[in-house]
Design a protein around this ligand. Sequence first.
Ligand code: ADP
Length: 701
Amino acid sequence: MLKPLLNAPKESRVLAVVVVTLLVQVLVLSLFGLAALRGQVASQESDLREISGLVLERNLVDEMAGRVESARERATVGISELSVDVPRLDPLLGSRVRSIVEQEGVYVRAFLLDAKGGWYDARQRVLRPADRAVQVGSPATENPFEAFEEGPDPAIDLERVRSLAGRSDERFRPWSLRLIARLARAAGRDEEAFTAWGAICREHPTTLDTLVFPPVAFGPQAARLAAELRVARLEAGTAGPADVILDLVRLREILSVNLFQLDEERRRWEEARFEALVTRAHPRLDVTERVQLADAVRAVRETEDAFVILREGIGTLLGRVARGDIEGGVRVTAAAAGGPELVHAVPVRGPGGVTGAVVFQVDVAGIRTGVLPDVLAGLPLPDGVAATVRTADGKPVAGPAPVESAVLARTRMGEALPFWHAVVFLEDQGRLERRIGNARLLIYGVMALSIAGMLAAAWFLLRTVRRELRTAEMKSDFLSNVTHELKTPLTSIRMFVETLEEGRVKDEGERQEYLGVISREAERLSGLIQRVLDLARFEGGRKTSLRLRETDTGSLLRDTAEIFRRRLTGEDTSVRVEIPDGLPSTEMDPEAIREAVLNLLSNAEKYGGKTIRLSATAADGALAIEIADDGIGISEAEQSRIFTKFYRSEDTLARKVEGSGLGLALVAEIVGAHGGRVDVTSRPGEGSRFTISLPVTGEGS
Ligand code: ADP
């Protein structure tokens, strides 16, 4: 492959070296470009990671921590300001707890815990005042109502029992109330019985009746009997549905708070009785009231469930807060079936120290469905990056679930919501890769274009160099031709002049012939010189060198044909002239056009034409002059080159004819200066046809 290059001209070799150097440069630059691109993408990705990490930390983790933690701080302050006794259920404590739950918006409910681990709900109903039951029945004091327990005799005087209740120890009140209720009921004084059962419900819902074994709380029985009285009155039309609903709900609550005291069997029995009461009440309730009752019962059950979960998960810790072992508000988490549970436990102080704790249950489900999606959607993340929150083992909590490879940054949700993780990820993972792909494509494109451009330039340069070389070659050909053409007539002129000078020619006829030769040769000589001069004059299609005149084209062409005929040397060459009358006259340089037509006619003769035809037509504001011959013709490849200066055909037949390669170039220049053009159609061996087209300016003559 190198060999032809080494043999090539110097210019081509230089060019080859330049092209190869440029190619190498383009390749090296492109490689650098690709490397830089990869670096840029990598740094873009790390920027994205950094920004996303920051947004996650500041706008999500800190924001959520702010909401939850500030609620805890305010709750701690709000509760520690008070000095109350939890078991006595100070109304101040109840309303403070309620307002904290309502205002903070992150708590779903709150419980109260006494120092002994008894629990109450935030609505201030006693749920398990464990301390009272323990004291009852102590051997020091005898329960005066024990005697009536065998089944109250209706004959017992209610007034006596009342006065006994008034005098006896406060601790025996549930027994006295129960006795009063039973006696009143037996006496048909339902209203009084109802009041006594109600008092037990309010004051001693979980107090254990230690006179029976195993001990049973007073509450469920009192609530059931009170509710039964209410339902009976509803049926009798003396009580309204609102009161009945209230009592049924209370009954359900008392069952709920005795959750850990009633044995399973008793509990189920009580629950069945409760259901029976609801069924009895139903026909007297309208649809709205039934829904109201069902909703209230559901709310009781939910609170019950929540406490069961908390007690199982974090009971000990909460107990420690309630006993004062742990200072300040603490957060405690527990795993539960429906998702993690989180509470803020705040100790409650009374005059003598810690009396219990308030346990605020964080609304984890609410945060998940109501708060997180909005916060996530409002994160100022870069385009194409999204955030999501999920559990430690990757289950989505809020937001979409990304594939692991698209994750840009991750962080724990902090102490506030310790069971969750926040993650930012690329929404469309292929985007970065596509961007690299596109840029790579661009670089490849630029590379290909540069290479193509360079190759084109090289080809173009090579062609120009070749042309120049050929022109140089043609010029030297021209020189030798012209020298020859100049020398030949000069030699014969000199020879004939010398002969005449020596006076050796005596015969007048011979002398005339010599003089004729001298004159013809001189004409040929001046013709050649004229052509060179004309070419210089018209070169570049210069219009200014034209001597324009309104010319009758028909007579110009006829004259030209006549001149050519006279110059013809060969006997066997015929010239046919087909110039129609009425050709338009037009502005032109008649001498120049005549020169051009004569050139074409003499070429027709020189290159083997035996029948030469000169014709002209006018149409559409243009004049077409045609010179056709039946000579050797011109090959297709050469047809475009013959109008080039100094160009002479390579054809051996044509080479035999003497010439300078200037004739057709001159024709093209002259016609071009007139704003026209010259064309050729030809086939080797069949002759050629040259057509000069000129624009017409004048009228037909
Ligand atoms: P010259 O005739 O002096 O060589 P020209 O410029 O008149 O120069 O012509 C250029 C070339 O075109 C010629 O060398 C010849 O090969 C070719 N040529 C011109 N006219 C004809 C023709 N009528 N028939 C065949 N070849 C022609």
